[in-house]
Design a protein around this ligand. Structure first.
Ligand SMILES: Cc1ncc(COP(=O)(O)O)c(C=O)c1O
Length: 392
C-alpha cells in the first residue's frame, strides 16, 4: 500500500483528496482491498456500479465483444450502438440519442443542442443553485456553485442561476433570452436535495408556455437509482432532453444525451461529434447491463429498500447532530451539524468498520449503494451509524 501511495503522489496529478485504500476486486455489493479486507459498498463508485461487482451478464458481454471490436469510427454504422439507442428510446419519452463518454460531455452536448434550438436571440440557459453538471468549462459554468468556479474564470457566459425549488425566481428569470432550463430532480453533489413535485409540475408548464426546453440531468439520478429508470418518471412529466452517464455504462465510460425529435433534428451532420462515443465495446456492455436491469425486479425493489433505509436514518434524527435526512430510493443523504473535515473522519471510521460511504455538499453523508444491496447490510450500517452518532 505504501508503495502505491508513494507512486500515486509522485506521478499522478493532485486533483483528488484520496482515502488511503486501494481496491482489488468485488462481488455483489462487497468490494475487497488489496489486503483482502471486505467492505460493504454504500457508494458504488459514486452511483456508477448500480448492479455491484462481477455482474455475470456484463462479463459475458465483455467476453463476447473483446474478441470482435473495441472501437470503430462513427463514420460507420455501429450495430451495438443502434441496439442500445433503440432500447433507451423504447424505455424513455425521448426519441433520439447522442453517445459520448462522460457526464460532462453529455451535458456539453445538451448545451450545444439547446443553443442551436434557441437560435441567436435565445442563448441563455437557466440552472439551479446547488447543481452540479460537470467539470469542463461550460458545464462548470452551468454548475451554480461558486466553490467549483474559483481559479477558472472567465467561464463561458449564458447561464442564469436561480434558487432550487423556487418557482417565482424561475418565472422571473425565464424571459425571451432563455432557450433551456437544466435541472437535477435530485441534486447529488449539491447535498441530496429533492425537487418538490408541485414545483416541477409548475416549472414544466412555464417552460412549455415560453418555449423553453426542459432538460433533466439524470447522470446521477438515472438508471434506477431513485426507484424508477429515470427520476423524471416520479414527476409525471416528459423532459425535452435528458443526460446520462455514471451507471449507464455498466462500469465503462459511456454518456448519452437523449432528446425529443423536434429538438434532436436541430443537430445536422458535422455539428457535434466525439471520437470514442458509442463504441461497439461500451455500447454492447451497456446494453447487457440495461437489459439485465430492466428484466429483473431490481428497480422495483429500490423504492422498498430505500424507504426502509430512509426510515432507519430518520430514527437517527433523535441525535441533535443529525440535522436532516432526505432523498429518494437509494439516493439518500444525512445532513450533519458538522464541517467537512469531521465528515472525512466519519467516512474514515466507516471504512475501518468495513463500510464505504460518501460525502455530498458541505455536510451531508451520502448513501448510494449498488441497487442490489440487501436489508441485512442496511441494518448493519444503521447499527454502525448509531454507534458513531452516540460518540458525536
Ligand atoms: C448530476 C451530474 N451531472 C454531471 C456530472 C459529471 O459527470 P462526469 O464526472 O462523468 O463528467 C456528475 C458527476 O458527478 C453529476 O453527478
Amino acid at each position: 500500500m505504501e508503495d502505491i501511495i508513494k507512486k500515486t503522489e509522485k506521478y499522478v496529478m493532485h486533483t483528488y483528496h484520496r482515502f488511503p485504500v486501494c481496491f482489488d476486486h468485488g462481488e455483489g455489493y462487497y468490494i475487497y482491498d488489496i489486503n483482502g479486507k471486505r467492505y460493504i459498498d454504500f457508494l458504488a463508485g459514486i452511483a456508477v456500479n448500480a448492479l455491484g461487482y462481477h455482474v455475470k451478464p456484463v462479463i459475458e458481454a465483455v467476453d463476447e465483444q473483446k474478441e470482435k471490436l473495441f472501437h470503430v469510427s462513427n463514420l460507420y454504422y455501429i450495430k451495438e450502438q443502434a441496439e442500445l439507442a433503440e432500447l433507451l428510446v423504447k424505455n424513455s419519452c425521448l426519441d433520439k440519442v447522442f453517445f459520448c463518454n462522460s457526464g460532462a460531455e453529455a451535458n456539453e452536448a445538451a448545451v450545444k443542442l439547446a443553443r442551436v434550438y434557441g437560435g441567436k436571440k435565445r442563448p441563455n440557459i437557466i440552472t439551479m443553485e446547488g447543481s452540479f453538471h460537470g467539470r469542463t468549462m461550460t458545464t462548470l459554468a452551468a454548475t451554480a456553485q461558486k466553490k467549483y468556479h474559483e481559479g477558472f474564470r472567465p467561464l463561458p457566459p449564458g447561464f442564469v442561476y436561480v434558487p432550487f425549488n423556487d418557482i417565482d425566481a424561475a418565472d422571473k428569470a425565464m424571459n425571451g433570452s432563455v432557450c433551456a432550463l437544466f435541472i437535477e430532480l435530485v441534486q447529488g453533489e449539491g447535498g441530496i436535495n429533492v425537487a418538490d413535485f408541485n414545483y416541477v409540475k409548475k416549472l414544466k408548464k412555464l417552460c412549455e408556455e415560453r418555449g423553453v426546453l426542459f432538460c433533466v440531468d439524470e447522470i446521477q439520478s438515472g438508471m434506477g437509482r431513485t426507484g424508477r429508470l429515470f427520476s423524471y418518471e416520479w414527476y409525471d412529466i416528459e423532459p425535452d432532453i435528458i443526460t446520462l452517464a455514471k451507471a449507464f455504462g455498466g462500469g465503462l465510460p459511456l454518456g448519452a444525451m437523449l432528446a425529443k425529435e423536434k429538438v434532436a433534428q436541430c443537430f445536422k451532420p458535422g455539428m457535434h461529434a466525439t471520437t470514442f462515443g458509442g463504441s461497439p465495446f461500451c455500447t454492447k456492455v451497456a446494453k447487457a447491463h440495461l437489459d439485465f436491469l430492466l428484466s429483473s425486479n431490481i428497480i422495483d425493489e429500490v423504492s422498498k429498500k430505500g424507504d426502509y433505509f430512509k426510515k432507519g436514518l430518520q430514527k437517527l434524527k433523535r441525535f441533535p447532530v443529525v440535522k436532516d435526512v432526505r432523498g429518494v430510493g437509494l439516493m439518500l443523504g444525512m445532513e450533519l451539524d458538522s464541517n467537512s473535515d469531521s465528515l472525512r473522519n466519519f467516512v474514515l471510521r466507516a471504512m475501518d468498520a468495513g463500510f464505504l460511504l460518501g460525502v455530498a455538499g458541505e455536510n451531508v453523508i451520502r448513501f448510494e449503494p449498488p441497487l442490489i444491496i440487501d436489508y441485512k447490510s442496511i441494518d448493519e450500517l444503521l447499527v454502525f451509524l448509531e454507534k458513531e452518532l452516540v460518540k458525536m
